[in-house]
Design a binder for this molecule. Structure first.
Ligand SMILES: CC(C)(COP(=O)(O)OP(=O)(O)OC[C@H]1O[C@@H](n2cnc3c(N)ncnc32)[C@H](O)[C@@H]1OP(=O)(O)O)[C@@H](O)C(=O)NCCC(=O)NCCS
Length: 159
């Protein structure tokens, strides 16, 4: 059981984007580095460019986790898919990732979504398994050799 930390979850504001990207980049460099070669790490960081973050903000529902005023985590809901789940390296394993996922599930369930998918990193597979997701198989994003794992959670079963 993780030592949980008081955090709040809210929709991201446009002025959170800089801090939110910092969490993503630091998390990829510090946490995913053990599971992926350097070229994959750099590829993933490039995919979260400032422009991509702005487009995700515009088209999807982005959330941030805050400890005090500090942005310490983020996750994005895109209809029946979750994207970009990251927690600052120094605050991982304190229940923040779980709170972000539960918030997205709650919102998805409220509008009748029956299941949620996530392209999980190898690093996060056991995290999602703990939260009730099931692995469907390996998945490679278009034009990328970065190995991900497609995972799904049935929201009806867990309602
Ligand atoms: C994956 C990630 C978002 C999890 O967030 P977190 O705040 O550290 O996770 P939590 O503290 O909420 O953990 C919830 C549970 O999952 C477990 N867990 C978390 N990360 C885990 C991991 N990598 N391997 C195994 N278990 C893990 C925790 O121990 C906890 O277990 P419990 O139910 O026994 O208490 C975070 O570690 C991260 O940012 N990782 C790097 C980026 C990444 O791969 N993101 C996913 C992209 S798809």
């Amino acid at each position: 059981m993780v030592d949980t930390l008081e955090s709040t979850i809210r929709r991201a504001k446009v002025w959170d984007l800089y801090a939110l990207r910092k969490v993503i980049v630091e998390s990829v460099r510090a946490t995913n580095v053990g599971d992926y070669p350097a070229e994959d790490i750099e590829h993933v960081i490039r995919t979260y460019s400032p422009l991509r973050a702005l487009l995700m903000f515009a088209y999807y529902e982005m959330f941030v986790a805050l400890v005090g005023k500090r942005v310490v985590g983020t996750a994005t809901l895109d209809n029946a898919a979750i994207h970009a789940v990251f927690v600052a390296p120094d605050l991982q394993n304190k229940g923040i990732g779980r709170r972000l996922i539960r918030e997205l599930e709650c919102r998805a369930r409220a509008r009748g979504t029956k299941s949620l998918k996530i392209e999980s990193s190898i690093t996060a597979e056991r995290f999602y398994t703990k939260l009730g997701f099931v692995a469907l198989g390996d998945h490679y994003r278009s034009r990328s050799k970065v190995r991900m794992i497609m995972m799904q959670r049935d929201l009806q079963e867990s309602a």
